[in-house]
Each structure stands twice: as structure tokens, then as C-alpha cells.
Design a protein around this ligand. Structure first.
Ligand code: ADP
Ligand code: MG
Length: 148
């Protein structure tokens, strides 16, 4: 189990953290981002997308649920599943196609789809203390075999 922790109190530092995460968590993959509203999930995803070469805006797809960004050589799917009520709604947006696309998937509010995240992914957890200091934990959630 690989696990990395960063501490930051300045949004500017997200650039360096994003770069480091992408270096250490190599290859296209699925990243989930957990943390309260305002923790910095979108900020970190924005910097990761820019580091991967995407030049445009990155905002939470709160209403569209999924944003698709092109870096020129690859596609990044940015999801915000806050508004999903159940797994059925997740299937309706085609969640499996995104997850099995082999492209980068950056997922805010992943809790509702956790039961189908069994192919291995990176879990990013952001906690904010009373002084506004962010603790960012990145850990590898290994692949688990489905019980059938
Ligand atoms: P979320 O997507 O988790 O709701 P946002 O990424 O929209 O959160 O960011 C919320 C706020 O946190 C922004 O105002 C941003 O400036 C601030 N923020 C982001 N990263 C940091 C950081 N490393 N240290 C302190 N504040 C940060
Ligand atoms: Mg957000």
C-alpha cells in the first residue's frame, strides 16, 4: 500500500502537489477526491489537468456531472457526483464507460459509486483544520476481486 501526505495552506502550492501526485501515481488512472465543500478538490484537479497539458478552465461539473478535457494527446474526465442519488443514476450517466475507458478519471464526491470502484484506484482525501491548513492524503486502493 502506497500512501503520501502533503500539508498546505496556500493554493499556489497545489501546483507542486499536483505534479508530485502525477509523478508518483503513474499512468492513466482513476483518482477519487474526498473532502468537504471548499476543501480544495477542484483546485487540485485543476492543477493536475494543467500539468497534464490541458490549457482551459477547470470548474466543478456540479450540474453537467462530467466535464471532458482534451490535452491534445489524451482525454481527462472530471466528475462531480455530489448530485447523484443512487447507483442507478450513476449507470445512467455511463459511469462504467468512463471508469473502463483507460483515460484519467478525476472524481469528486465518489462515495455513491464506491461499490463499483473495485479495479484499483488512487484515493485523495483532503482535510481542512480550523486554521485552514489542508492535509492531503493520497493512497492506493488495490484492486479487489468481485464476489460473484
Ligand atoms: P472543493 O472543490 O473541494 O469544493 P475548491 O477547490 O473549489 O474546493 O476550493 C475551495 C477553496 O480552497 C478556494 O477558495 C481555494 O482558494 C482554497 N484552497 C485551495 N487549495 C488551497 C490550499 N492548498 N491551501 C489553502 N487554501 C486552498
Ligand atoms: Mg469542487
Amino acid at each position: 500500500m502506497i500512501s503520501i501526505t502533503y500539508t498546505t495552506s496556500n493554493p499556489e502550492e497545489m501546483k507542486t502537489i499536483a505534479k508530485d501526485i502525477l509523478l508518483k501515481c503513474s499512468g492513466p488512472g482513476i483518482f477519487t477526491f474526498s473532502g468537504n465543500l471548499g476543501a480544495g478538490k477542484t483546485t487540485l484537479i485543476r492543477e493536475m489537468c494543467h500539468h497534464l497539458g490541458y490549457k482551459g478552465d477547470v470548474t466543478s461539473p456540479t450540474f453537467s456531472l462530467v466535464n471532458e478535457y482534451s490535452t491534445g494527446s489524451e482525454v481527462i474526465y472530471h466528475m462531480d457526483l455530489y448530485r447523484l442519488k443512487n447507483m442507478e443514476e450513476a449507470y445512467d450517466i455511463g459511469i462504467e464507460e468512463y471508469l473502463f475507458s483507460g483515460e484519467y478519471c478525476f472524481i469528486e464526491w465518489p462515495e455513491i459509486i464506491e461499490p463499483i470502484l473495485n479495479d484499483g484506484h488512487w484515493q485523495v482525501k483532503i482535510e481542512v483544520n480550523s486554521e485552514g491548513v489542508r492535509k492531503i492524503d493520497v493512497s492506493k486502493i488495490p484492486r479487489t476481486t468481485e464476489i460473484s
